[in-house]
Design a protein around this ligand. Structure first.
Ligand code: UVW
Length: 330
């Protein structure tokens, strides 16, 4: 069912069907996966996740670190060292409370929307990828659990999230006081590192941010973190290239992929233009706070940029984002 009369300029809504819920993941075809498998030549793996209790102290107020506690068994006992009289079994079960987007994570297509008049009645609604709207969410209430009905993260999980990752080191590519990386700078970095991006690839961006979060025992200053580069979402050439390149997803080791400090913005435009372009207009999932600290040097030493990436989110119905433990195989 087509849900909109008007779509935002540059949106691909309808391209993968009026009911599509996974966007550019449609471009990760069996042929793409075979190409990705061919990158797994050594059989060596790299984990691309931070420990999920990082960033210590948090980055976004309101997103809390995981807190573990034992499950309460039917008999009221906590299930740590749980035993049954007359048997030798010892069982531990636990539960976690955490914000799904605290650490290494996927932004689902229901994580971010914009106010836009998609039904042409002169009033802006809250719209998401492919014209889904706030009607496709259950809002929290006294007897209701909230959930994204149409664009929950389970749809991404069901694709398997496996394909070819290509890593670009943009640590030195940024410019200006905020170290913004525009299209010209990204292209230069890709050329210097012989990175070829093909349709259906997962573009991975190494900024060094997550390395700082893991720095052993040392305090990391907010200035050091702020100096790490990020994409300049306000650069129209960058947005055009993201569209034309056919990338399936963009994954970075920083908190937002893009940086918003110092970005020129028109009145009533999005604060996060790359989020708008990727998540709303094109259905490109964003991976955030990934960790490339071991993979990047190995790829550099071996003069490679491609790898087999396997990065499913939790298959958690109705969630708008998810922690992930992405794995690179080289
Ligand atoms: C926001 O957009 C606020 O968060 P994230 O960087 O997780 O997408």
């Amino acid at each position: 069912m087509k849900r909109w009369l008007k779509k935002p300029e540059g949106a691909n809504w309808g391209e993968f069907g009026d009911d599509d819920r996974v966007g550019r993941m449609n471009l990760v075809t069996p042929a793409c996966r075979r190409r990705a498998l061919a990158e797994a030549r050594e059989g060596r793996v790299f984990v691309l996740s931070l420990p999920l209790d990082h960033p210590r102290g948090g980055i976004f107020p309101g997103r809390h670190a995981p807190s573990l506690e034992p499950t309460i068994a039917r008999d009221g006992r906590t299930m740590y060292d749980w035993t049954v009289v007359g048997a030798i079994d010892v069982v531990n079960d636990d539960r976690v409370t955490m914000d799904l987007q605290y650490s290494t994570q996927w932004d689902g297509l229901s994580h971010y929307g914009v106010r836009f008049d998609s039904d042409g009645d002169g009033e802006a609604e809250h719209v998401y990828y492919n014209g889904f709207s706030s009607d496709d969410f259950i809002q929290p209430g006294p007897d209701r659990e909230p959930r994204a009905l149409s664009l929950g993260i389970e749809h991404l999980a069901q694709t398997g999230v496996q394909g070819r990752g290509v890593l670009v080191d943009i640590r030195e590519a940024g410019a200006g006081p905020h170290n913004l990386v525009n299209f010209a700078a990204l292209r230069e970095a890709m050329q210097a590192q012989s990175v070829q991006v093909e349709e259906g690839d997962f573009l991975c961006l190494y900024t060094g941010y997550a390395d700082l979060l893991l720095r052993d025992g040392a305090d990391v200053s907010t200035d050091e973190l702020a100096a790490c580069p990020g994409l300049e979402g306000g650069d129209p050439e960058l947005l055009r290239w993201i569209d034309e390149s056919g990338v399936a997803a963009i994954c970075a080791d920083n908190p937002m992929v893009e940086k918003i400090e110092g970005v020129q913005r028109c009145e009533d435009a999005a604060l996060l233009p790359l989020h708008e372009h990727c998540l709303v207009k094109l259905g490109i999932h964003l991976g955030e706070l990934w960790w490339f600290g071991e993979l990047a040097p190995w790829l550099r030493e071996n003069r490679r940029s491609g790898f087999l990436l396997t990065a499913p989110p939790l298959r958690l119905p109705g969630a708008v984002g998810s922690p992930a433990t992405p794995v690179a195989t080289v």
